[in-house]
Design a protein around this ligand. Sequence first.
Ligand SMILES: [Zn+2]
Length: 318
Amino acid sequence: MGVLAGRAARRRAPSMVIPCKRPATQQRARQRGQNVLVILLRPLNTIMPELPEVETVCRGLAPSLENQILLGARVRQPRLRWPVPENLDALTRGQRIHHLTRRGKYLLAQLDHGWLIMHLGMSGSLRLTQAAIEPEKHDHVDLLLPDKQVLRYRDPRRFGALLWCEDPEHHPLIAHLGVEPLTEAFNAASLHALCQHRKTAIKLLLMNASLIVGVGNIYANESLFHAGIDPRQAAGKLSRPRCGRLVEAVRQTLAQAIAAGGSSLRDFVDGHGKPGYFQQSYFVYGRTGEACAICTTPIRHLRQNARSSFYCPHCQRR
Ligand SMILES: [Zn+2]
């Protein structure tokens, strides 16, 4: 299961990198991004980290990083999903970290003259540690902090990223991202409007990051169960009240996962090196054939766009 999940995640990964896949495109992106630093975090041998894991990292690191002055960067391996800027040390030296925030699955650190963009990819982790602790094989980048501390980026599979830009809202990785599901902008009216005239299955719409960010496979499955909606339901057929129930279900599902420290990142380590991975109990995800917790009907499994969907045929209706 773990291996299959890892392969599936690897296959899916290129969708996030298409804009910068070719060297010439990478070069242009680097030129555009001269003033922003991007960091990506990734889980190992498992599914992609989802919004709750990144939010957990962000909340874990923000109090320790905000208002600190970066003393530079030490790059041991620049070849992540996209090249780490060659001048990262110069870009970060003497720069104050004003704010650490999250957009989709990207961590954004606002510095004096630009932003660092970080992504965990499939196996990445960020941790605060002492500079004197020897880096291990996959510790690719250190951001140097006062008091001999470092923010250490580890990524065995190197699908993560650490980039720099002047304005993340216009960065090619960020600009196209959809609505944040935990903000007021995600509500019954806005989801209903997004669904209008779309024949696509509601589960696929939920997972389309250009429409709504951060609702990965686990959370899409669980949210649809709690909203009582069949994952195959055509989005355009959903009434506004059902959209409202789905909005609430998505919010609650994500909020519970954040409270649990993130649930999908097996190798996840939060900002201070403690395991952030917390195996939640799911109502439908991964429970094919088991009794529905509400009605005891066996949970069913199907594939949608090569992703596993789990649902209760009694509780979830079209
Ligand atoms: Zn049921």
